[in-house]
Every structure is written in C-alpha cells, then in structure tokens.
Design a protein around this ligand. Structure first.
Ligand code: C2O
Ligand code: CU
Length: 468
C-alpha cells in the first residue's frame, strides 16, 4: 500500500513538471497544423452522396482517322472515333459509368485526371488495376466528389497513347454553370507530325528525354487548326481550357477581352485573377469568365499563347448578330479556399529531388530521390491531417508535377511564402526551383505522383504515395 502511494506521488510530481515545461517546437507545430486543418474544413467535400442518377456511356479505344488538315486523313488512336474523345457532362452527385473496350493494339487503362475517385478506379496499371489487354473490357464507375473541368487519358505508355490522340473531357456541372450564355471547352493539344501530316511515330526519343519532352509542330484546339467560337455581343461565357499536350506549356491570354480566371484544375478560386500570367502546363485546366462587350459586334478576338518568345494564336472568338442581355451574377468563387498563413514555416514532411541521370547501358532516366519508376521512394500521407511536400528541381528542365487523387495548394516558391488563391493537382516547377505544397488528404489509397511531361514520366519520373 505504502509502495503504491509513493508511485502515485511520483506520477503526480512528473505531471506537475510536465505542466510547467515550456511548449516544445513539435507541439507548437502540431497545434499550428490543427489550426490549418480547421481552416481547410469545408473547402471541398470529404464524401459525396450519390443522387442515384447513373450516366452510362460505352467507350471504345481504337485506331481511326480524323481530318485535321483539309482533305488529309490523319491516322490516330481515339476514344469513340474522335480527337478529342467524347465530352462527358454530368451533374455533381451523378454516378458515371464507362463501359470501356480496348480495341487498340496495346494494353491501356483510363485515368480520370484530377477527379477524386475511389482508388480502384484511378487507372494506374500495377497500382490500382491490371492493364486492360487488347480486346478486353473494363468498367469504370464512380461518383465525382467535385464539380469542375476534368479530363481523361490512358496511363499505359502514356507518352505514345496520348500523343496518338487518346484523351477526352469530363465536365462535372455545378448549379451555377447554367447561368452562362455558353459553356465551352477548349482542349489544347500539341502534336509532332510528319510532312504528310501523320503522327511522327518514334516516341520517347533521346532528344525528347534529354529536354522538356515531346514538343510538336502542330497545335490544335478541339482537334482543329482554326477553332473559332461564335458568340453574340453581350454574351457571358465560361471557357474551360485543358492542356492535353505531352509536354508543351502555354500561357494563354485572350487579347482585348477582360478574362477572369474562376477555376484552376477544376476547382473554383478564392479570388479571381487575370488570365495571361498563369501557365497552363500539361494536365492543367483553367476556367475563365468572359463577357463579350455589347459594342463588340463584328470583332474577332484571339486566344494566344505567350509562353515562348513568339506569340502563337491558338483559337478565335468571333462576335456577330444581335446584342443579347448579359447574364448578371457574381463571379463563382470558393471563399473556403484557405489562406494557410504560416504554412511555409511548417517543416516539410517529404521532399522530392527531381533529376536525371544516364542509365546503365545508356539513355537517360528521370528520377525522384534518385529512383526511377518502377523503383520509388515510398511515403505515407496522413489522412485528414496537414501534410507538406517539397519539389526540388535539381535539373535544368521543366517538370509539371501531378499528384493523383488529391488537391494541394502551393505555399512557397524557393522558400518564399506564396498564397495561391486556389488548389491544384498539377504544378509547374521551373529549372532549379523549389516549390512547397500543402494538402489535407481526404482520399485513401495509393496514388502516383509524377511529372506530366509524359516522356519524363515514361523515363522514370513517377513515385507513389499512400494516404491512410
Ligand atoms: Cu494526367 Cu497520372 O495523369
Ligand atoms: Cu518532368
């Protein structure tokens, strides 16, 4: 009895000392992290309740021909015979069911880029499913958790299959979308073609691997060389731009129009920003809100790319006809996108160093922490907690890094705090730059994290994280 009492007294004493001790760095950090998670709550859904409506579509990947150049048939691989493939439009809460058949001469899968799907629907061979063999079928079925602009593409030999024309659009509509005069998607794609207008069929060339991937010589918007949107004066338009190129980066701008970015990578921004400064790297999406001025009848506006030294015209907006009244509503935004002030002071949980090296036996491979996929440096993110990750580009090349199944927010560039007023699923890292991102993972599973320059990914620049 006496002995027990002394143990109790010792415990009470220790507790007293513990209470008097100053707060340690690690528990300050954990309370800061808890605050950042609290600030994040409600930014987007943790779970979605399906509304019971199932949108079903049959989709076939096969070789086909399209006419990009007048009178010339270009042989492509496509979904349902067109490039881009089908534009799937569903409402938030709907369940999408894709009955997919692979009629290609190669194995394939479909990955729904940016969509928070159950892990088994993510389309990554060897990670979330087996590759679908030629002649085989697979059913993709899920209820997207977010409204926005998304796209889909294979995740097998991606640099070849996407370049040959395999990609399509998934729009998950939100209530507000209906108020626009027009809701338009511009799929921007870059091709490397031969003189006879065929897809140049050497993929992952040593030159492409050593540099910024496969940059082409033909750019199409919605599969056309001269995509022109017909509008009427006064119309208010939601324009959704998707970069499906293997490697080319754009800085899109609409000249002489007031274009406000309302969404990035599908998700509404906290505060709108002007179009013309934000890169549209492979994988990225940008949605803009534009109003055609009432007095703009007869005008032609241009969508240009300002990434390179020379401006490139990508598409046009033609204004004609009678003036319509402009729909009036507030710019759709998401005020719940956190500021995450102080996030840049939190110790980085996981750093990825991005680099290249010469492979045994010759050729280049791209590495993340000195590993080239299928070898990788595994890491586990904590579900529902504040996690941080740093991309340190040790190479002289561009790397748009894409994480499956999660959205993240850039919190610092080269150590300088940055408040991007939006989430992303893909962030461009410039040569020798470091970018810190933060995320609160709400989707469990094994998710790949890779460069969206498809040649870099093909040459090893892929890793995987687990969320649990
Ligand atoms: Cu669009 Cu794994 O990516
Ligand atoms: Cu890269």
């Amino acid at each position: 009895m006496k002995k027990n009492l002394s143990i109790v007294l010792i415990l009470v004493g220790l507790l007293g000392v513990a209470l008097l001790l100053p707060k340690t760095d690690s528990n300050i950090a954990s309370t800061t992290k808890d605050k950042l998670v609290t600030e994040f709550k409600g930014a987007y859904l943790e779970e979605i309740k399906p509304n019971g409506n199932v949108v079903e579509i049959d989709m076939v990947a096969a070789e086909s021909e399209v006419e990009i150049f007048d009178g010339v048939k270009t042989r492509v691989w496509s979904y349902n015979g067109t490039v881009p493939g089908p534009e799937l439009r569903i409402k938030l809460g709907d369940t999408l069911k894709v009955n997919f058949t692979n009629n290609l001469p190669q194995e394939t899968t479909i990955h729904f880029h940016g969509v928070r799907v159950p892990n088994a629907m993510d389309g990554v061979p060897g990670v979330t499913q087996e590759a679908i063999k030629p002649g085989e079928k697979f059913v993709y079925k899920f209820t997207p958790k977010d409204a926005g602009t998304f796209w889909f593409h294979p995740h097998v030999r991606t640099s070849e299959q996407v370049e040959r024309g395999l990609f399509g659009v998934l729009i998950v509509e939100d209530k507000v979308d209906e108020e626009y005069s027009q809701d338009v998607v511009w799929v921007i794609d870059d091709w490397r073609m031969t003189d006879d207008k065929q897809v140049y069929n050497e993929f992952n060339t040593p030159m492409d691997l050593m540099h910024d991937g496969r940059w082409g010589n033909v750019i199409t918007v919605n599969g056309k060389l001269n995509e022109t949107l017909n509008t009427r004066p006064g119309e208010r338009i939601r324009l959704r731009m998707i970069n499906t190129s293997n490697a080319r980066i754009y800085i899109p701008n609409l000249k002489n129009l007031n274009a406000k970015i309302i969404a990035v990578d599908g998700m509404y921004v906290r505060d709108v920003l002007d179009l013309g400064k934000l890169e549209l790297a492979p994988g990225n999406r940008i949605d803009v809100d534009i109003t055609i001025p009432q007095e703009a009848g007869g005008e032609l506006f241009k969508l240009v790319d300002n990434f390179g030294p020379e401006e490139i015209t990508l598409a046009k907006i033609k204004v004609a006809g009678t003036v319509v009244s402009t729909p009036e509503f507030d710019l759709p935004t998401n005020k719940r996108v956190p500021l995450w002030r102080g996030a840049e002071n939190i110790a980085i949980d996981k750093e990825y160093r991005l680099n290249a090296r010469v492979k045994d036996g010759g050729g280049i491979e791209w590495t993340m922490n000195d590993k080239a996929y299928p070898n990788f440096d595994p890491y586990t993110f904590k579900y529902g907690k504040f996690n941080t990750m740093r991309f340190t580009n040790e190479s002289a090349r561009l790397h748009p890094m894409h994480l499956h199944g999660q959205f993240f927010k850039v919190v610092a560039r080269d150590g300088k705090p940055t408040d991007e007023q939006y989430f992303r699923d893909t962030v461009l890292i410039y040569p020798n730059q470091s970018v810190d991102v933060a995320l609160v993972p709400l989707d469990k599973g094994v998710w790949v994290n890779h460069c969206h320059i498809l040649e870099h990914a093909e040459a090893g620049m892929v890793t995987a994280v687990t969320v649990e």
